[in-house]
Design a protein around this ligand. Structure first.
Ligand code: ADP
Ligand code: MG
Length: 478
């Protein structure tokens, strides 16, 4: 089954869906497709339903009665019957669904959380029908799809009724930075980093800006003003919507502040709590919700596993928090040029800088074979205490070999990242010092020191040091 031309990339996801839809056993199948909004879930599952002759139903926010009527209409259309069925309860509706000849392709229920929010019994009803279909040897294929990560994530967890019944659990993620560059048709890596630092890898955002793509780095500022900073552009309010869709309205102020704290560079739980003026224990729930919904990423310090570092996972949210939120009023009244002028330095240091570090870690994870002496087992950032100098060294890209029981962990690489600095001897000296300090607890015999720079390297840099420039970052496939 061919993937439609209009769908860019997503070959792997498409393959999983096609395999799910092609029936091979006499058993019912449940698939769950989740992922943050606007990543292209509907785009994929709708195409699947179309190509297989299956049924697609996209739920909306509605009362149970209205949802049942809309569902009945979708079932009617799928069956091509002149008069659609009538359902009084989800019990009726789901029983009917499982009685339809399944050979016509999968049944897709999109935006499932809208339904289960109003009708909390729905997952148990589905569980019952799936179990009955299993004992009757019916091969109904049901695909549940949805964006509210808090709901979708919980669907198959712990004691949830549908737990253990799904044969496909797929998360549709943003495009990797290299795919995003291809999707936006950006050939210049510097421009690709800048655009990715604003729009990230969410496919829908290219349409949000009406395919407006900056022609060169020189045009980037104009592009920012025309798109994300323009109150009439859909991207302008998107970061706010992203939060509001996931957060409990009751506490949205605290969620916004937590994200602002992290975007401003407060990466530890204590630091975040301090910034928002609460106790560490009072923000635990908020951090978990933000992490579950894919807006925050928690990473362990590779050298001190008890220390977690938080990062904002969605570039647009960082951009909003650092550039837009502090001047929201001015932006709404059309004063974007002034705001951007004043925010440019912060954009470089707080948005692009940390973003570039993450891209370099992503690069290291997928680096071509032979870059390090072994394939990486784990990649992260870490802090090395330097007691004799009463200081510490932050290492941006730490590449560890896979753990081997009974042996000291091997460090494959220690790397420093600078977006705006030409890198040379002093950066290498810091890394050498870190390697020396770490050699007490780790195997550093194969540690390659690495400099990742957006501005180039001094000509006399030690040739043993791995240098990764912008072209290298984009040279390898995702
Ligand atoms: N793989 C893709 N190739 C091209 N455009 C895409 C792709 N995925 C998503 N889009 C664009 O993003 C828009 C939003 O996608 P959608 O499927 O509605 O997201 P979701 O259901 O995850 O919220 C689509 O209408 C389409 O314009
Ligand atoms: Mg959708």
């Amino acid at each position: 089954m061919r993937k439609p031309e209009r769908i860019f990339a997503r070959d792997e996801e498409w393959g999983h869906l096609v395999r799910f839809a092609s029936r091979t056993t006499d058993q019912p199948r449940l698939g769950v497709v989740s992922g943050r909004r606007r990543q292209g879930k509907t785009y994929l599952v709708q195409a699947l339903a179309e190509q297989t002759g299956g049924m697609y139903f996209g739920a909306t926010e509605a009362t149970e009665t209205e949802s049942l009527a809309l569902f009945a209409a979708a079932v009617g259309t799928h069956l091509g019957s002149p008069s659609p069925p009538r359902f009084d309860t989800w019990d009726d509706a789901i029983r009917f669904l499982f009685s339809i000849d399944p050979s016509s392709g999968p049944f897709v229920i999109d935006e499932f959380p809208y339904l289960s929010k109003v009708s909390p019994a729905l997952p148990s009803i589905l569980q019952r029908e799936i179990d009955q279909a299993a004992s009757a040897g019916r091969r109904t294929n049901l695909l549940l799809c949805g964006s509210a990560m808090s709901v979708m994530g919980g669907l198959l967890s712990g004691s949830a009724p549908l737990r253990g019944r799904a044969s496909l659990e797929m998360v549709v993620r943003p495009f990797d930075y290299r795919l995003a560059a291809r999707f936006w048709e950006l050939a210049d890596p510097r421009l690709a980093v800048l655009v990715h630092a604003v729009a990230g890898g969410t496919p829908a955002y290219r349409r949000f800006v009406d395919n407006d793509i900056p022609a060169s780095v020189e045009n980037f500022d104009e592009w920012v003003l025309r798109t994300v900073l323009s109150p009439v552009n859909p991207l302008f309010r998107e970061a706010r919507y992203l939060l509001e869709e996931e957060m409990e309205v009751r506490d949205s102020a605290l969620y916004h502040s937590v994200l602002a704290a992290v975007a401003a560079g407060n990466s530890t739980r204590g630091g975040i709590a301090n910034y928002v003026g609460r106790k560490s224990t009072d923000i635990g729930h908020h951090l978990t919700v933000l992490e579950d919904s894919g807006l925050l990423r928690r990473q362990q310090d590779v050298f001190r596993s008890r220390r977690s570092i938080y990062q904002v996972a969605e570039p647009l949210v960082v951009f909003y928090q650092v550039v837009m939120r502090p001047q929201w009023g001015l932006l709404e009244s059309g004063r974007a040029p002034n705001v951007w002028e004043a925010a440019r330095a912060r954009f470089s240091s707080q948005v692009v800088g940390p973003h570039f570090e993450q891209l370099c870690r992503d690069f290291a994870l997928a680096a071509p074979a032979g870059t390090f002496t072994e394939l990486p087992g784990h990649i992260g950032a870490g802090v090395v205490p330097d007691h004799s100098r009463q200081s510490q060294i932050e290492v941006d890209v730490v590449v560890l070999a896979p753990t081997v029981p009974g042996q000291r962990r091997k460090i494959l690489s220690l790397g420093e990242v600078k977006w705006g600095e030409v890198m040379g001897r002093r950066h290498v000296e810091r890394l050498e010092r870190a390697r020396q300090l770490l050699s007490r607890d780790y195997d550093t015999s194969e540690t390659i020191l690495a400099c990742y720079s957006g501005a180039g390297f001094e000509p006399d840099i030690d040739p043993a040091v791995l240098t990764v420039g912008l072209d290298d970052l984009y040279a390898v496939g995702p």
